[in-house]
Design a protein around this ligand. Structure first.
Ligand code: M6R
Length: 366
C-alpha cells in the first residue's frame, strides 16, 4: 500500500496535489463560488453573519489561524480562532450572529466536539464543520459542512489534511466575501484561477525534497529550533514547529518574527537553528531585519524564500528557493518544505515517523 514510499507520512505529503485537486473539484472547469459548497442551507445560515469563530485543536487550529488573515482581509469579517479545550471551559460572550466553524481532520476530537456543543448551548446555531470524515461525530452536529477530500490520513502527523483544510477555508473566504459584496467578478475569477492551479504549484514545491533532505541531515543533531514567520505565515511557522516536535522530538518553538526582541532572541546562539518562512510579501523587509538580528547573535539561518524574496546566501545563511510566490495562498506552499524537513529529520534520528511516542491519531478523550 505504501508503494514507493517508506512511510505513510511521506506518502501523504506527496498525495497533496491530488488531495487538493479532489477537494477543489467543486470549482473545476468554469464553476464559480456559491454558498451551496457548504450545504443546502448555507445561503440562509451565512446571511447576516457578523463575525466568525473558529474552534479546533493542533494542526487544525493552525489552519484556522491562517484563515483569520484571509477572512478578515478579503471578506472583512472579524475572526476569532480559539483552541477548543480553552473555549469549552471559558466564560465567553456569545453572539448569535457568529458563524462557528469547527475544524477537524477526524471529526472525533473530544475537545472540538465539546466546544461545538458548548457554542450551541450558548445559542450559536450558525455552525459549519470542515472535516475529512463525512460520517464523523462533529459533522453530525453542525448546520453546514464541507468535507475535505484528502482521503484517509494514517500518519499521526497531519499533512494532507492541513492543506485541504486551507483549501476549504479559501473557498469559505470567497463565499463570505461574495455574500458581503466584497468580491468583484474579476477578483473571483482571479482567485479561482489561483486555486485551480494550486495542485500544480504544490507539485513543484515537492520536487525540492532532495535539497530539504540535505538540510535535515544538519538539523537532526540539534536539540532545539526556532521557527519565525509573519502575517499568515506565522501560523505556518507554528505548524512547522509542531511537526518537528511531534515526529523528531526536537524541541521547537514558533514566534511571530516581531516578537524576537521581546524574549526569544536571548536563546539564539550557534547551536540554535532558526527557520524563517520568508515569502515575498509586504512583510518581507521587516522579516529581513529580524533575520539580521539572528545572524548578529551567531544563529544559523535556514530561510524558505520564494520568487522575489531575494535574501543572499552567506556564511550561516542557507536559502531554499521555492519556485513561485503564490499571493494569498502562499501559506499552502510554504508548509510543504516544513513537512518534508521534519519528516527527513525524523528519518535521520530513526524515530517512529508514523506513530510517534505518546500520541494517538485521533484524540477522543480530553
Ligand atoms: O482530527 P483533528 O484535526 O481534530 O485533530 C486535531 C489534532 O489532534 C491534530 O491536528 C494533531 O495536532 C496532529 N497530530 C498534528 O500533526
Amino acid at each position: 500500500e505504501l508503494g514507493k514510499f517508506r512511510h505513510y507520512m511521506q506518502k501523504e505529503i506527496f498525495e497533496q496535489p491530488q488531495a487538493l485537486a479532489q477537494t477543489l473539484e467543486l470549482i473545476a472547469g468554469g464553476a464559480g463560488i456559491t454558498p451551496q459548497h457548504f450545504g443546502a442551507r448555507a445561503g440562509e445560515v451565512f446571511d447576516g453573519v457578523r463575525r466568525v469563530l473558529v474552534l479546533a485543536c493542533g494542526t487544525s487550529y493552525h489552519a484556522g489561524l491562517v484563515a483569520r488573515y484571509w477572512i478578515e482581509s478579503i471578506a472583512k469579517l472579524p475572526v476569532t480562532v480559539e483552541i477548543a479545550s480553552e473555549y469549552r471551559y471559558r466564560e465567553s460572550v456569545p453572539d448569535p450572529d457568529t458563524l462557528v466553524v469547527v475544524i477537524s481532520q477526524s471529526g472525533e476530537t473530544a475537545d472540538t466536539l465539546a466546544a461545538l456543543k458548548h457554542a450551541k448551548a450558548l445559542g450559536m446555531q450558525r455552525t459549519l464543520a470542515i472535516c475529512n470524515v463525512p460520517e464523523s461525530a462533529i459533522v453530525r452536529e453542525t448546520a453546514l459542512r464541507f468535507i475535505t477530500r484528502a482521503g484517509p490520513e494514517i500518519g499521526v502527523a497531519s499533512t494532507k489534511a492541513f492543506t485541504t483544510q486551507l483549501a476549504a477555508f479559501a473557498l469559505l473566504t470567497l463565499a463570505l466575501a461574495k455574500i458581503n459584496g466584497r468580491l468583484s467578478a474579476e477578483d473571483e475569477e482571479r482567485r479561482l484561477a489561483a486555486l485551480r492551479h494550486l495542485p500544480v504549484a504544490v507539485q513543484k514545491v515537492l520536487e525540492l525534497e532532495p535539497e530539504i533532505e540535505q538540510w535535515a541531515q544538519r538539523f537532526a543533531g540539534k536539540e532545539h529550533a526556532l521557527f519565525l514567520g509573519r502575517g499568515s505565515h506565522w501560523p505556518i511557522a507554528m505548524e512547522g514547529a509542531l511537526k518537528l516536535k511531534e515526529i523528531s522530538y526536537i524541541h521547537a518553538e514558533a514566534y511571530a518574527a516581531g516578537e524576537l526582541k521581546h524574549g526569544p532572541l536571548a536563546l539564539v546562539d550557534k547551536d540554535m537553528p532558526v527557520i524563517a518562512v520568508s515569502p515575498a510579501d509586504e512583510l518581507l523587509e521587516k522579516l529581513k531585519s529580524n533575520l539580521q538580528e539572528v545572524r548578529a547573535r551567531g544563529g544559523e539561518l535556514y530561510v524558505f524564500a520564494d520568487a522575489g524574496s531575494e535574501i543572499p546566501e552567506s556564511e550561516g545563511v542557507h536559502i531554499l528557493h521555492m519556485p513561485e510566490h503564490y499571493g494569498m495562498l502562499s501559506p499552502v506552499l510554504h508548509v510543504i518544505p516544513l513537512q518534508l524537513l521534519s519528516y527527513h529529520a525524523a528519518l535521520v534520528k530513526g524515530t517512529d515517523v508514523d506513530k510517534p511516542r505518546n500520541l494517538a491519531k485521533s484524540v477522543t478523550v480530553e
